[in-house]
Design a binder for this molecule. Structure first.
Ligand code: 48H
Ligand code: FE2
Length: 262
């Protein structure tokens, strides 16, 4: 075995991470949250050649997929979304007509692996705590180590810039909440405020997730559960087709905008 030097190991990690984070300070699209909607969105945008960064608070990516339903680690998807799992190489099993299942761990692993290999940079352990604003547009994110947040230390954050931001933070819809707090009543929702998630109704929720996937403030789009929480859709339970389709849709919408140069 060749000799191993602790300092070279340390320097290799610092150098490589430094290059990674400085390469992601000014990007086309910054996605907050590496759940199903964020990972699918990132994959498609990277496939179209855009520079995409996903910021994830936790060390683990995958959001709500891991536990399937009530810790039974299987997920359900409907017919329309099955092809998305298959595109990522996830094995899908027919349960009955229009109901397909997949192993939750296989799903997380492949969504994340394929997104990264398409060119998405995932920066984990980082919490988005605010946005960078120019009067009428969100133009970036304010980020901080999650460990600092958890420790409750008074440490100032850093900032990154992006042409478009996606709030894919799930039920908590954290980026939209920040914008709403700073400029109340100005969201592109029926009331101008966050409408709030409604109680479970799977069929309606899946349909609305897709409809609600859109721009909510100039420069800021919502996807996945955050879209329903923002626009007042119901929750759907552990069926994940709407999340995957929402990721695809937000990528398509942002691609259109980036192509127009607006
Ligand atoms: C950095 C953050 C921050 C922050 C949160 O919850 P997710 O899985 O989100 P979706 O919308 O892709 O999927 C929702 C799905 O998992 C779900 O909950 C369903 C279908 N529920 C139905 C029901 O009835 O309950 O992932 C969001 C990710 C998580 O990994 C968070 O840690 C992360 O976003 N996150 N990352 N900065 N401020 N807030
Ligand atoms: Fe959920």
């Amino acid at each position: 075995m060749a000799e191993l030097n602790e300092i070279i190991i340390t320097r290799a990690i610092i150098d490589r991470y430094h290059a990674k984070i400085t390469g992601n300070l000014d990007v086309d699209v910054a996605i907050v949250g590496a759940g199903p909607s964020g990972l699918v969105a990132g994959y498609h945008l990277a496939q179209k050649g855009y520079r995409v960064t996903i910021f994830e608070r936790k060390l683990s990516v995958g959001g709500g997929i891991w536990g399937g339903g009530m810790l039974f680690n299987e997920i359900v998807v409907q017919d329309e979304a099955r092809r998305i799992l298959e595109e990522f190489g996830v094995r899908v099993n027919r349960y009955e007509e229009n109901y397909y299942t997949a192993d939750a761990i296989e799903t997380v692993s492949l969504l994340a692996a394929r997104a990264i290999q398409k060119g998405v940079t995932i920066l984990n352990g980082i919490t988005v705590e605010d946005v960078v604003m120019r009067p009428n547009r969100v133009i970036g994110l304010v980020i901080l180590w999650s460990a600092v947040e958890i420790a409750g230390l008074h440490v100032d954050p850093l900032a990154i810039r992006a042409k478009y931001i996606v709030d894919a933070t799930g039920h908590d819809t954290e980026v939209v909440k920040v914008v709403h707090k700073k400029v109340p009543g100005r969201l592109m929702t029926p009331t101008g405020n966050i409408e709030g998630e409604k109680s479970m109704w799977s069929e309606e929720a899946e349909k609305l997730t897709l409809e609600n996937t859109r721009e909510v403030f100039p420069g800021l789009f919502v996807a996945g559960m955050a879209a329903n929480a923002t626009f007042g859709g119901p929750r759907m339970g552990p069926i994940f087709g709407g999340m995957l389709l929402s990721g695809e849709k937000v990528a398509h919408l942002i691609d259109e905008r980036l192509k127009q140069g607006s």
